[in-house]
Design a protein around this ligand. Structure first.
Ligand SMILES: Nc1ncnc2c1ncn2[C@@H]1O[C@H](COP(=O)(O)OP(=O)(O)OP(=O)(O)O)[C@@H](O)[C@H]1O
Ligand SMILES: [Mg+2]
Length: 249
C-alpha cells in the first residue's frame, strides 16, 4: 500500500531522514519507533507532503506520489494525526468532524455530486459514526477547547478518519494519555485493522506499539537501523543501544 524507497529529507546539514526504505501492506499495522529526533515525524510529514523530499520516492497503491500536492494525497486515501493536537478549538466537536468530512472530497466532481443527491445525509450519518467510535457522543455540542486532553486526542483520531483514509499515519497518539486511555486507544487501532485500514504508528509508549504492531521499524539519526516482529525488535542489540544512547552505535 505504501512504499518508501531511499527516502531522505535534509534540513541544511541535518539529515532528518536518510535513505529510508519502508513498506506498509494493506490491513497491516507497522510501528515506527526511535529516540527523540530520529526522524519519525519528518517521515510522516514527507508521506503527507508537508515537505518535499530531498531524495527518494514515495509510492502509494502503486502510484508515485512523491511530488503530489498534500490535499491530493488526502483525497487519494492518506490521513494523519499530529504529534501536537491541531483542532479548531472554537468549533464544537461535531463541527470539527463535519468540516473534516466535507473538506476531504472537496473539488472532486464525483463527491460533489454525491453531496447533492442525498450525500449530505450520508455525511451526517458518518459523523455520527465517528462520534460513536471516539466515544464523544455526549460531548458533540461542546466547544472543542473545553474538552479534556484525552478527549481532544480521541477527536483528532476521529477527525483523521473522517477523510475515509485507507492508510492512517498516527504520530504519537498516546502522548499524554493515562493507562486507561491507552487501553482504549489500543482497541481503536486494532479495530482499524479489522476494517482493512493500514496504519503507520509512531509511538514512544512501548506497551502499545509492541502490543498492536505486526511489524516494527526503528529509526536512529534518520536511518533505519532495524526492522522485524515486536519480539525481534525488543531483542535487537542495536535497538537497545540506540535507546540507551550507546556511543558505539
Ligand atoms: N522543519 C525543520 N527544520 C529543521 N530541522 C528540522 C525540522 N523538522 C525536524 N528537524 C530536525 O530533524 C530531526 C528529526 O526530527 P523529527 O521531528 O522527525 O524527530 P522525531 O523522531 O519525530 O522526534 P520526537 O520523538 O522527539 O518527536 C531533528 O534533528 C529535528 O531537529
Ligand atoms: Mg516526532
Amino acid at each position: 500500500m505504501l512504499e518508501l524507497k531511499g527516502l531522505s529529507k535534509h534540513f541544511g546539514g541535518v539529515k532528518a531522514v536518510d535513505g529510508v526504505d519502508l513498506r506498509v501492506r494493506k490491513g497491516e499495522i507497522v510501528g515506527l519507533i526511535g529516540p527523540n529526533g530520529s526522524g519519525k515525524s519528518t517521515t510522516v510529514n514527507l508521506v503527507c507532503g508537508v515537505y518535499p523530499a530531498t531524495a527518494g520516492r514515495i509510492m502509494f497503491e502503486g502510484a508515485d506520489i512523491t511530488r503530489l500536492a498534500p490535499h491530493k494525497r488526502v483525497r487519494g486515501g492518506l490521513a494523519r494525526t499530529f504529534q501536537n493536537i491541531r483542532l479548531f478549538q472554537r468549533l464544537t466537536v461535531w463541527e470539527n468532524l463535519w468540516v473534516a468530512r466535507n473538506t476531504a472530497g472537496q473539488g472532486e466532481p464525483r463527491r460533489l455530486f454525491g453531496n447533492w443527491v442525498g450525500g449530505q445525509r450520508a455525511a451526517r450519518a458518518s459523523v455520527e459514526e465517528l462520534l460513536e467510535f471516539a466515544g464523544l457522543h455526549s460531548k458533540r455540542d461542546m466547544v472543542t477547547g473545553a474538552l479534556a486532553f484525552g478527549e481532544q486526542r480521541r477527536l483528532e483520531f476521529a477527525r483523521a478518519l473522517a477523510a475515509e483514509p485507507r492508510l492512517l499515519l498516527l504520530d504519537e497518539p498516546a502522548a499524554g494519555m493515562n493507562l486507561e486511555e491507552i487501553g482504549d486507544l489500543r482497541h481503536r487501532i486494532v479495530d482499524l485493522r479489522r476494517r482493512g485500514l493500514a496504519v503507520l504508528l509512531i509511538e514512544h509508549v512501548m506497551e502499545l506499539v509492541m502490543g498492536v504492531s505486526d511489524r516494527i521499524a526503528v529509526l536512529n539519526f534518520g536511518r533505519k537501523i532495524a526492522e522485524g516482529s515486536p519480539a525481534e525488535i525488543q531483542a535487537h542489540p542495536d535497538v537497545q543501544a540506540a535507546y540507551l544512547g550507546d556511543a558505539e552505535v
